[in-house]
Unconditional design. Structure first.
Length: 369
């Protein structure tokens, strides 16, 4: 019986080498890319990333990390100290207490009663306005008939619509340290201008000059929800600076009580006539009365005023209503003024008329600028 010889075993190493050489010969670019990939992987410092790189270079699919392979924590990111941090959903918001400042006093602002205010200051006083059109239903031509006759133009007439402007400021010349008591000088000038009257060469119909000297005091007394915020006492001269027969003037001692509540203020002004102008206007008190009351209300940038004055014995007097808009162009505001009664100006002290004017203004009666 022939012995059974073992089958010859063929070595697989030459076959593997041949197969590798054949693949390399057929794909030289792939071999070069793999070699380059291996070199790049060796330069990676992080173990897990370097291993993943070798797997990709060799074509091996990466498996999950073993429990023995430590996971590399991401590098911490430096946050600047001044960077605001966002609160997470679990953070408890801090409870902040909002303290509301008391509303600003209209009268304190107007008269500089704030202790931080400047001791010596110049401010607006009465409204500084320009009415581009002021219509009167009854222009007062009576005082000018003599002038028309002198000009050989007895048929001349005043226009029912004219321009009117007023400038007014006050200056504090002395005050105590706490600013509750001060001395003020003031000046107001009002002009009625026949701007649209070409026949009469656009003259100024009337200009009134009103210098004042007064003391102001801040009582700061509360009662019934209101606050007595000011008491002023002063000397007031007003005239039109003309000679007879159209000269008009008077002198008064004027007191003013200022009361306020929030955005509402009430200004009560009684006066004592010390000089009624003699022959110029001896009955001026019959028409202009012995005091006036002005109510001021501010709302969302708007300002409304209502003024009334008169003589209870003669039943003569006047009323005025104004509206001031929020700023329209820089500090300029829209301005509407309606007047009814006697004394729209000094020359008209005994003349009744109704007027309506529209224009712009820098301030109302209690603005601080």
């Amino acid at each position: 019986m022939n012995p059974i010889l073992p089958a010859p075993r063929t070595s697989i190493l030459p076959l593997a080498v041949l197969a590798t050489l054949a693949w390399a010969a057929s794909s030289p670019a792939h071999a070069q890319t793999a070699a380059q990939g291996m070199g790049e992987c060796a330069a990676i410092a992080v173990d897990t990333e370097r291993l993943a790189c070798y797997d990709r270079a060799s074509g091996r699919r990466a498996g999950p990390l073993s429990a023995s392979t430590p996971a590399t924590d991401p590098a911490p990111v430096a946050v600047p100290a001044d960077t605001p941090m966002t609160a997470s959903a679990t953070d408890t918001p801090a409870q902040s207490t909002v303290v509301e400042a008391p509303p600003a006093s209209l009268i304190d602002n107007a008269w500089g009663f704030d202790p931080a205010a400047s001791r010596y200051t110049i401010r607006v006083y009465r409204p500084n306005y320009l009415k581009v059109a002021n219509y009167s239903d009854n222009p007062n031509e009576a005082p000018f008939h003599v002038l028309f006759d002198a000009l050989n133009n007895p048929d001349a007439e005043l226009d029912s619509t004219e321009a009117e402007f007023q400038i007014s400021f006050k200056a504090r010349v002395w005050a105590t340290e706490d600013k509750r008591f001060g001395v003020w000088a003031a000046y107001t000038q009002q002009s009625q201008w026949q701007l649209y009257n070409e026949e009469l060469s656009r003259p100024f119909r009337e200009t009134n000059y009103q210098p004042e000297l007064m003391v102001s005091y801040n009582p700061d007394v509360s009662f019934g929800g209101f606050r007595w915020a000011s008491f002023n006492l002063g000397y007031n001269h007003q005239s039109n600076g003309r000679s007879d027969p159209i000269s008009r003037s008077w002198d008064r001692m004027v007191a003013e009580f200022g009361i306020e509540r929030g955005d509402f203020a009430l200004l009560i002004r009684p006066w004592l006539i010390t000089d009624d102008g003699g022959d110029d206007n001896p009955d001026i008190g019959d028409y202009m009365g012995h005091g006036d009351i002005t109510a001021v209300y501010k709302w969302h940038g708007h300002s409304f005023t209502v003024m009334g004055r008169g003589n209870v014995n003669t039943g003569k007097g006047a009323g005025r209503v104004t509206w001031t808009s929020p700023p329209l162009l820089g500090p300029l505001r829209g301005y509407v003024d309606a007047f009814s009664g006697y004394g729209a100006s000094m020359i008209d002290y005994n003349w009744h008329q109704n007027t309506l004017g529209i224009g712009v203004t820098l301030n109302d009666v209690l603005d601080r600028m």
